[in-house]
Design a protein around this ligand. Sequence first.
Ligand code: TEU
Ligand code: CA
Length: 566
Amino acid sequence: MNQNNATEIQKTWWKESVIYQIYPRSFCDSNGDGIGDIQGIISKLDHLQELGVNIVWLSPIYASPNDDNGYDISDYYGIMQEFGTIEDFDQMLAEMKKRNLKLMMDLVVNHSSDEHQWFQESRKSKDNPYRDFYFWRKGENGNSPSNWRSFFSGSAWQYDPTTEEYYLHLFTKKQPDLNWENEKLRQEIYKMMRFWLDKGISGFRMDVIPFISKHLDFPPAYLDNFDKTMKEIYANGPRIHEFLQEMNREVLSKYDITTVGEGAGISVHQGIEYVSSDKKELHTIFHFDHMGLDRNPKNHMDGIGTYKLSAFKKIFTDWHQALGSKGWNSLFLSNHDFPRMVSRFGNDQEYRIESAKSLATVLFTLRGTPYIYQGDEIGMVNYPFQNIEDFRDVQVLNAYKEALEEQQDMEKFLDSQRRFTRDHARTPMQWDESENAGFTGGKAWIGIHPNYLEVNVKKSRQDRDSVMNYYKKLINLRKQNLTLVYGDYEIFYEDSEQIYCYLRSMNEDKLLIINNISSHTADFELPKHLQESGKELLLSNYEVSVAQSIKTLVLRPYEVRIYRLQ
Ligand code: TEU
Ligand code: CA
């Protein structure tokens, strides 16, 4: 199990960094229109500096008609009107630099908006110079060209009367897929990437990047299994590695930056092909194996809502091994596409604070680069969505229309949305106890969690034992102990459904993480070959007597401890 390769890993800044994701629409509103914006972000940079993060990943801020909150870009060089101007952007970047914060932008190039000029041209005629920037196909006897389905309900093909052909859109019909087979398109994208890099940004998070190379025969999708379709049909197409290597050669390799690919559809065996240091493609990917644990693979918007800790641990262990010393992992338990991590993997009722800390410890003590999603650092939880009017996400709204048409059981439908909607992650950041949680002076674009009087940044700052102060300690601990970054990983009690225990070691340094990820007390026994003499307690989320023996322990719910062993 133990991979003795810590010393072979090449050390570099992006492996030692902590990344904070901002969803700009919901972070901070500076002008009272209810929508977060760039000036709002600038006003909160001190919070990020105080936390100790190094890199900010901004979800898209480019010009967009907002069919999918900015993941539908109409001008890659412009800023979304609601968010501000390019001058605001430059100011933000300068303010970040002052605080030693690097900026990572979202790169959404599997698709554009249908309002992008390229698409406007493309749809005009079959011989338009931009026709081939997208996928246009004739229908088959009045049907769409293949049975592919969109992530956001319905067919992935949209008929366009002007030229009597269909175009492909894996997401909404306002997000047509770009055709990477076209050399000119690729060069346009590289040019655009250089524009932002030359401004001084430090990297890209690449949206659904495994989808950019398509199987041009559009083979039949498995209609009863979305997960399989994603892995085998939509992702990892024939030219994917060629495209990424070209992008790396022409753009990425010329700058001292970092990259993370959104790895939807990449299996544990394929990950290394994208991130191996020999391959010169990406630095890291987000894999989604743990994000599927509570879902129904046939329908990614439904599921069971619970998960097995043994399966969770196995995923992290397998990825650690698969990436070895040549790859690098990214560690995340939530982002803007999923419910809140405390509600999903912890206990958002009686152990909200304890479980927020226990889960955060997983993020900061495994090998990889940790990501904090906005609000997780104060232990934000799922929002009590009730009626369809409460939701904003196009994924829910489209699925709702479809469910109505299909005369589905609407209460059952809503119940599943209430648990799994992406909107849980998108309710506004809770800054203080003032009206609207300090997010806006106006009316927020989406509901604000009613618990904001209790759960907010201001209160967290004042409370010594808050989730936020624990995050600060974790970030600091990781900075002080490179063993947590690069160290080898040895897991104990793999089959336990309560305890996640592992040793991180590098040279002579040994750090033991004992984590009860459950709502019940758990009996723990120190693994036989480990010595407790000379142990040093580095961090815990309950009061612990330093002298206490750890040969056997009864761990309290979500109790976590980090020890240095001799
Ligand atoms: O997400 C891609 C993706 O795989 C998601 O559709 C995911 O499966 C889903 O959200 C889970 O419910 C990226 C972005 O992160 C997402 O916000 C965008 O909507 C999507 O791409 C299209 O750009
Ligand atoms: Ca605003």
